[in-house]
Design a protein. Sequence first.
Length: 106
Amino acid sequence: TEFRTLWAGALVSALAAFDPPFLGVVGPTCDDGNKKILTHDFVHRTHGYIFQTYYPVVLSDWWMDDWISKVYPRTNTGRHAMVSVTHHTWMTGGGNPVRYQVDYSH
C-alpha cells in the first residue's frame, strides 16, 4: 500500500473531530478493492485501551477490514476524502490479485 497524499495530520484531525474525540476509526480513500468497508484504517490509542488488541485475535486477516468498519457507530467511522492510497498487489498467472490464502473458517 502506498500513501499518495500526506496523511498523519489529516487522520488525527478526523479522529479528534469525533464525539467523543479520538473514539472511532478513519481511513483513506482507496480506488482499489471493496468500497463498502475500510480496507485501510487508522485509530487512536484509545482503541487499544478498549479492545487490548488492534483486531480480535480470533479473526484471520481477511475479515479484519469488515470488523473495524462495523465496530464503531457510523458517526465515528469515516473515510477521509483528502487522504488516498494505492493498494499494490501482485498478479497470479490468471491475472487475479492475490496476497495470501483466504481463511474462510470464520
